[in-house]
Design a protein around this ligand. Structure first.
Ligand SMILES: *Cc1c(COP(=O)(O)O)cnc(C)c1O
Length: 827
C-alpha cells in the first residue's frame, strides 16, 4: 500500500496510513475522493472525506450530524467523538489523536509520492503576490499547481498541497506562521526544492522572542531546499540565510552589492539583471511602486534559475496583473449580480470563486461564464471531468463556456449551457441580452480578456461609491472573537444598514461565519434580512404594536422594555394562539429604554404566569463603556445588572434566559463581564472607540467619488453658493460628485476638511452643495476629469471627518446616503 497515491486508496487503507482506529459497520471499499475540513464547502460526492478539525472557536465535530444527513459517509474524527459513532450506522470513521495532524500527515504523504518540483515561499509581505506571479510566469511553459488564494496556514498548506496531482510539473506554495515551532511542520508538508524569502517585517512580532528568532524560524522552510532566492539588501535575511543554509545554496540579488549572485539595476520601465559570470538581461514592466518591483525581481530570478527563457519571462510579465487580485461584486444589467474574477483561472481558483458565490447568496439562479484554462492544457479530458464534477457540486445552474477546449464539454454536460469559440463570438451573440435576475460568475484566463464581458454586463456605476472589503470585515470579526471566552455568544449589531455599510450582503457573510445573533433597530430591517435568506436569530430593539404581525411572520425576537409593550404583545399572541421569544431590556443607567429595579417583581410575576413568551435573554446597555473617567459608573451598572438578573432567576420563567451587556468598547475594556453574549457594533466595521486596539482593526470601507470638471481660475474669483470661497491666488479647482445629500456634511465647507486627489490632500473650497463639492487642487499634478477622489479610506480619515463635523464616527458612517452605491469585494 505504501506506494499508492491517495486517490487510489480505500478509506480503510487511509486509516492505516493515518495510524488511526477504523470504526464502521460496513467496510468502505470506496476510493477516497476529495478531502475537506469546512462543512460549508462539502461537495458530497461518494468517497469524500471530512476531517473534523477543532479550531479556536469552531469544532468540526459539531457538523458531522448535519453532513451525515446530507449524505456524507466518511469522517476522520478525534477520540472524544468515539462514543457517538454508533449513531451513524452507515458511516465509517477513522479515529485519530488530532484531525489537524492527520490532515498534515496525508498532505506530506501526497507530496512524497509525486515527482514534481516544488517552490516554497515565505516572508512577511508579498507572499501571495509572488506566488501568483511566479506561477503565472512558470505556466508559460509548465503545468503549475499553486495554493488557492492565500492558503498558507497549518491547515491551508496541507489543503493546498493536496491539490497536487500527477499532471503537476511545478508546485508553488506559500507558508505563513504566527508562532515559533510552526514552520517545521509546514516544511515537512511542502518539502520545497526551491525557495523565495520575500522580506522580513513586523507582522506577528508578538509570537516570537526577537526578529532574529522569527527570521530563523521562517528559514526552516528551506532546510532541505537546493536553492533559496532572497534580497541581500535585507541584511537580517542575508545573515540568517548564511548561518542556516550556508553560502552554497543561496541565490541572492541586490540593488547595491555588485558582488551579489545577481546585481539588479532598476531603470525606467525595465529591470536589468546582471547575474555573476553570465550575460545580463532585461525584463520590461510597468510597475511603479517598490514593493511590486521587489516581488517581480524575486519571481524573475527564480524563474530564470528554473530554466525559463528571457523571452518567455518577458511575455508573461507583460500580462501580469497589478496587485488588484480581488474578487469583486458588481451590479449587473437586468437585476443580475456580477462576480468579477477575471484574473485567476485554474480549478482551485474556480472552486474558491464558486464558494464565494454561494456564500454571497445573492440570487437564486447561478451562472458561470468560463473560458478554457490555460495551465492545465495537457490533459484536457481530465480537466473537463474535474470541471464538470465541480460545477455539479457547487450547484451551478447555467454554464457559458468560451474557448475551443471547454466547448468539447457539450457532449458530456447535460445542464443548461451554451458555448462559444471566442469572447467576441459571445459578445456578438444574443446570449448577452438573455441574463435576468441571476448571479453571474465571470472567470477567464487572461488572454480571453473577460474584462470586456464585465464591461458589457455591468450596470454603469456613476460618481460616488462605498467599496466594502469583506475580508476586512472577517478580519475584524476574528479579532473580536479572539477576545471572547470560548462559550460567549456573539450578537452583531447590523442596525442602520450595518452602520451604513450595506445590509443583507454583510448579514449573509456574518451568517456564513456563524455568528449567533443579529441585532437591528426596527422590524423592517429584520424583515428585509429574512427576505434575503438570513435565517439566524434576529433581535429587534424598537418594536411597536404595528410590527407584531411581522415579528411573528418573520420570526423576529423583540426587545421588550415596558409593561405596556409586554401586555400588548402577550395579548396579541394569545389572540392569535402563538408564542414568541423575547429579550427583556433592563435600564441600569443609560436611561433610554428598559425596566428599572422597582419593576422587577411585577415583571417576574407576569412572566412566570403566562405561556406566550419565552425569555431568550435579559440585557442592559452601558452608557459610558468607552470613557475611562466613568469606569466606576460602568462597573456599578454591570454589578446592578447582575443583581437584578439574579433576582429574576428566582421566578420560574420559560426560555434560555441569557445574560448580556457589553457593546464594542465593553468587550475590550470589561472582558470579565462577557456573561453569555456580547453585542458587537462599531468595532466590526473597523473603528475602535477605546483607543486601545485601532491597530488590530481594518476600516472595512472606502468612500470614493469622481471629478466631474476642472476649472483654472484667476485670483479674486469666488467658488459656489454665497460666494464663500474667494481665491487668494490663481487656482485650479475641481468639482467632485458628492454633496451633503450623500452624507458629505455641510460643515466641511471652506477648508474644514481635506480629501485625497492624485494621492495628495486637497481642501474643500466654498460651501458644500447638495450633490457636489469643489476642492482646490492647485499644485497637484496629474489630476484629470474622471479621476477618483478618496473621501475616506482609514479610521483616521473617519475620525478627522467626525471632528470637522463636530460629531462621532458612528454618525459619519451612518450618514452615507442611500444613493451612494455600495460595492462589495473580497481580496
Ligand atoms: C448600537 C448598540 C450596540 C452596539 O454599540 P457599539 O458601540 O457600536 O458596539 C449595542 N447595544 C445596543 C443596545 C445598541 O443600541
Amino acid at each position: 500500500m505504501s506506494d499508492k497515491s491517495v486517490e487510489k486508496m480505500t478509506f480503510e487503507e487511509l486509516s492505516v496510513l493515518l495510524g488511526g482506529d477504523y470504526v464502521g459497520a460496513k467496510v468502505h471499499q470506496e476510493k477516497v475522493g476529495k478531502i475537506f475540513i469546512d462543512s460549508r464547502k462539502a461537495s458530497l460526492s461518494t468517497g469524500d472525506v471530512f476531517f473534523a478539525i477543532k479550531g479556536l472557536r469552531n469544532d468540526g465535530h459539531d457538523y458531522i450530524s448535519l453532513m451525515h444527513k446530507q449524505g456524507l459517509k466518511l469522517f476522520v474524527v478525534e477520540p472524544s467523538f468515539k462514543n457517538r459513532t454508533f449513531k451513524y450506522p452507515e458511516a465509517s470513521f477513522i479515529i485519530v489523536e488530532s484531525a489537524k495532524a492527520a490532515l498534515q500527515r496525508i498532505a506530506a504523504y501526497r507530496r512524497s509520492m509525486l515527482k514534481c518540483k516544488v517552490v516554497g515561499i515565505t516572508g512577511s509581505n508579498g507572499k501571495t503576490i509572488v506566488k501568483e506571479w511566479l506561477s503565472d510566469i512558470l505556466s508559460e511553459k509548465h503545468i503549475v499547481t499553486k495554493s488557492p488564494k492565500s492558503f498558507n496556514s497549518q491547515v491551508g498548506v496541507p489543503l493546498s498541497v493536496l491539490e497536487l496531482n500527477e499532471q503537476t510539473e511545478i508546485g508553488v506554495f506559500e507558508a505563513g506562521i504566527s508562532q515559533a515551532g510552526e514552520m517545521q511542520r509546514l516544511e515537512m508538508i511542502i518539502k520545497p526544492d526551491f525557495g523565495i524569502f520575500t522580506n522580513i517585517g513586523s507582522a506577528h512580532d508578538q509570537g516570537f522572542e526577537s526578529r532574529i528568532e522569527k527570521t530563523k524560524e521562517k528559514m526552516k522552510l528551506f532546510s532541505q531546499a537546493k536553492r533559496l532566492v532572497y534580497c541581500l539588501d535585507y541584511s537580517l535575511v542575508h545573515q540568517v540565510a548564511l548561518e542556516c543554509l550556508g553560502s552554497e545554496r543561496l541565490l541572492g540579488w541586490s540593488y547595491t552589492d555588485q558582488d551579489a549572485d545577481v546585481y539588479v539595476d532598476d531603470e525606467d520601465g525595465k529591470v536589468v539583471f546582471y547575474p555573476k559570470g553570465e550575460s545580463s538581461y532585461e525584463i520590461f514592466h510597468d510597475f511603479l511602486d517598490d514593493a511590486s518591483k521587489e516581488n517581480l525581481i524575486h519571481s524573475v530570478v527564480l524563474a530564470k534559475y528554473l530554466g525559463m527563457s528571457i523571452d518567455e519571462i518577458n511575455l508573461a510579465v507583460k500580462h501580469l496583473p497589478s496587485v488588484d487580485m480581488r474578487l469583486s461584486i458588481k451590479d449587473g444589467i437586468n437585476h443580475c449580480c456580477l462576480i468579477d474574477d477575471s484574473y485567476n483561472n485554474d480549478l482551485a481558483g474556480l472552486e474558491v470563486a464558486l464558494d464565494f458565490m454561494r456564500q454571497m447568496n445573492q440570487k437564486s439562479k447561478s451562472t458561470l461564464i468560463l473560458s478554457d484554462m490555460h495551465q492545465t492544457g495537457l490533459n484536457v479530458q481530465h480537466w473537463r471531468n474535474e470541471l464538470l464534477k465541480l460545477i455539479k457540486a457547487k450547484k451551478v445552474d447555467k454554464l457559458i463556456g468560451i474557448g475551443p477546449e471547454i466547448t468539447l464539454c457539450k457532449d458530456i454536460f447535460n445542464g443548461e449551457a451554451s458555448y462559444f469559440a471566442s469572447t467576441d463570438d459571445f459578445l456578438n451573440s444574443e446570449e448577452v441580452l438573455n441574463f435576468d435576475n441571476e448571479t453571474i460568475l465571470v472567470k477567464g484566463a487572461r488572454h480571453f480578456h473577460f474584462e470586456r464581458i464585465i464591461k458589457a454586463l455591468e450596470k454603469q456605476v456613476h460618481g460616488t461609491r462605498l467599496e466594502v472589503n469583506m475580508e476586512s470585515l472577517v478580519h475584524n470579526l476574528n479579532f473580536y472573537k479572539s477576545r471572547l471566552k470560548k462559550d460567549t455568544k456573539l450578537m452583531i449589531m447590523v442596525k442602520a444598514f450595518a452602520y451604513g455599510n450595506g445590509s443583507f450582503e454583510i448579514a449573509s457573510l456574518l451568517q456564513y461565519h456563524r455568528v449567533d445573533y443579529l441585532g437591528v433597530a426596527y422590524a423592517d430591517e429584520g424583515v428585509a434580512l429574512r427576505k434575503h435568506g438570513i435565517n439566524i436569530p434576529i433581535m429587534v430593539m424598537n418594536p411597536t404594536e404595528d410590527d407584531f404581525l411581522h415579528l411573528l411572520k418573520y420570526n423576529l425576537e423583540p426587545e421588550i422594555y415596558s409593561f405596556d409593550l409586554l401586555d400588548r404583545y402577550c395579548l396579541y399572541l394569545k389572540k392569535n394562539e402563538r408564542q414568541s421569544r423575547i429579550h427583556i431590556k433592563l435600564d441600569t443607567g443609560m436611561h433610554r429604554l428598559g425596566f428599572v429595579e422597582k419593576d422587577l417583581d411585577r415583571l417576574g410575576q407576569i412572566l412566570s404566569m403566562q405561556d406566550q413568551v419565552e425569555v431568550q435573554g435579559y440585557f442592559t446597555h452601558l452608557a459610558a463603556a468607552d470613557v475611562s473617567d466613568e469606569d466606576e459608573y460602568t462597573v456599578s451598572q454591570l454589578e446592578q445588572f447582575s443583581t437584578w438578573f439574579d433576582h429574576m432567576a428566582e421566578y420560574d420563567i420559560k426560555g434560555d434566559k441569557m445574560k448580556y451587556a457589553l457593546n464594542t468598547a465593553g468587550i475590550i475594556r470589561f472582558p470579565e463581564y462577557q456573561f453569555d453574549m456580547v453585542r458587537l457594533g462599531i468595532g466590526l466595521y473597523g473603528i475602535d472607540s477605546t483607543g486601545m486596539c485601532q491597530r488590530d482593526l481594518r476600516l472595512i470601507s472606502v468612500l470614493k467619488t469622481r471629478i466631474s470638471q476642472i476649472h483654472d481660475l484667476k485670483e479674486g474669483n469666488t467658488i459656489g453658493y454665497s460666494r464663500k470661497g474667494v481665491l487668494a491666488k490663481n487656482s485650479r479647482i475641481a468639482t467632485m460628485a458628492i454633496g451633503y445629500a450623500d452624507g458629505f456634511c455641510r460643515l466641511f465647507s471652506n477648508g474644514r476638511l481635506q480629501v485625497k486627489a492624485g494621492g495628495k490632500l486637497a481642501p474643500v473650497i466654498g460651501n458644500v452643495c447638495m450633490d457636489m463639492t469643489m476642492i482646490d487642487i492647485t499644485g497637484i499634478d496629474d489630476v484629470e476629469v474622471g479621476d477618483e477622489v478618496i473621501i475616506f479610506e482609514s479610521a483616521d480619515d473617519v475620525n478627522r471627518m467626525a471632528e470637522a463635523a463636530m460629531t462621532i464616527p458612528y454618525e459619519v458612517m451612518t450618514n452615507i446616503g442611500s444613493r451612494v452605491k455600495r460595492v462589495f469585494y473580497a481580496d
